[in-house]
Design a protein around this ligand. Structure first.
Ligand code: ATP
Length: 289
């Protein structure tokens, strides 16, 4: 039955592994990434309205509320294709740090599409939604799928991989804004590049061996972003000195995550990180499956 309103939680992602394997002629990079959703959410509330158009409000005043916001872009795309009547008021309660390497904008767009599909009884399957999502952004199909996945191509080719063993994740984001575009444009791939071993990571996941997985964590973009912001390396070292099994920068950064087996240790490390890394954002969470 068609619905007048609904709310939906949009989970953030981290990259357990990120490799760049080539560059396409159109300038996009070919990647191999292991994606994992975590229980850190933006909250979207959608209400139908009689007059046409999409009106977005948000608690973060600096975010765009026009078509530059992926929520508005994805909503308008579906409303146009299916000739949907009236319009939508959408409120975004932003909790995922912005420009942080956690796919905040992409997950908002994915949740917008999932919500519209339900509210208007479009009956689109996940793969039909994902096909449309890829037109707006390479990471959005994954954000519809969620959980643990291997993303290839420019990020839009998805396959399932074994789930990660249970663990606690500590997120620490220093007060730095990183442009994904800038990081990719500065990346040099040559014979000296040390590539993360994504296949070994998948093998460790098959064996449910968290320790082996953590010893293989790798993100080829770290070389660029850590060079620009050495504080990222300091946070990684801090995580390892404080009991993390492994620690890595997510996406193009600057977010760093640490994998812990003990939630109390992760929580203590969070408090210590907030004291040490001024004005950083820190959050203890677990995996979203
Ligand atoms: P990724 O991990 O995919 O590189 P990110 O987490 O680094 O993404 P986002 O938080 O998605 O980056 O935001 C990057 C830019 O996108 C912001 O500066 C903002 O102007 C724009 N943007 C568009 N829509 C949104 C949205 N719904 N939430 C946050 N930012 C958005």
């Amino acid at each position: 039955m068609a619905m007048e309103s609904m709310w939906i939680n949009a989970p953030a992602k981290i990259n357990i592994g990120l490799d760049v394997v080539g560059r396409r002629e159109d300038g996009y990079h070919e990647v191999r990434m292991i994606m994992q959703s975590i229980r850190l959410f933006d909250r979207l509330t959608l209400n139908r309205k009689k007059d046409p158009g999409v009106r977005l409000t948000t608690n973060l005043k600096f975010l765009p509320t026009d078509e530059n916001n992926l929520i508005v872009k994805s909503a308008k795309m579906l409303m146009k294709e299916f000739n949907l009547e009236g319009g939508l008021n959408i409120n975004l309660e932003k909790r995922i740090p912005v420009a942080a390497g956690m796919a905040g904008g992409s997950t908002d767009a994915a949740s917008t599409m999932i919500a519209i599909n339900q509210m208007y009884d479009l009956n689109l399957s996940n793969s039909q939604l994902m096909k449309r999502a890829a037109k707006i952004g390479a990471d959005i199909p994954y954000c519809i799928m969620k959980g643990t996945a291997l993303a290839e191509g420019i990020g839009e080719k998805l396959s399932t991989v074994p789930k990660l063993p249970n663990c606690t994740v500590l997120i620490v984001k220093p007060r730095i804004h990183v442009s994904t575009k800038e990081v990719y444009s500065k990346l040099q791939i040559d014979e000296n590049t040390v590539h993360p071993d994504i296949n070994s990571m998948i093998e460790a996941m098959k064996k449910k061996d968290l320790e082996e997985l953590c010893s293989n964590l790798g993100n080829v973009l770290e070389t660029v972003t850590i060079n620009m912001y050495p504080e990222i390396q300091d946070i990684k070292d801090f995580m390892m000195e404080n009991g993390a099994l492994g620690s890595l920068m997510s996406g193009s950064g600057p977010t760093v995550f640490g994998i812990f087996t003990d939630k109390d240790v992760a929580t203590k490390t969070k408090e210590a990180a907030l004291a040490k890394f001024e004005k950083s954002f820190a959050f203890v969470t677990d995996l979203y499956r």
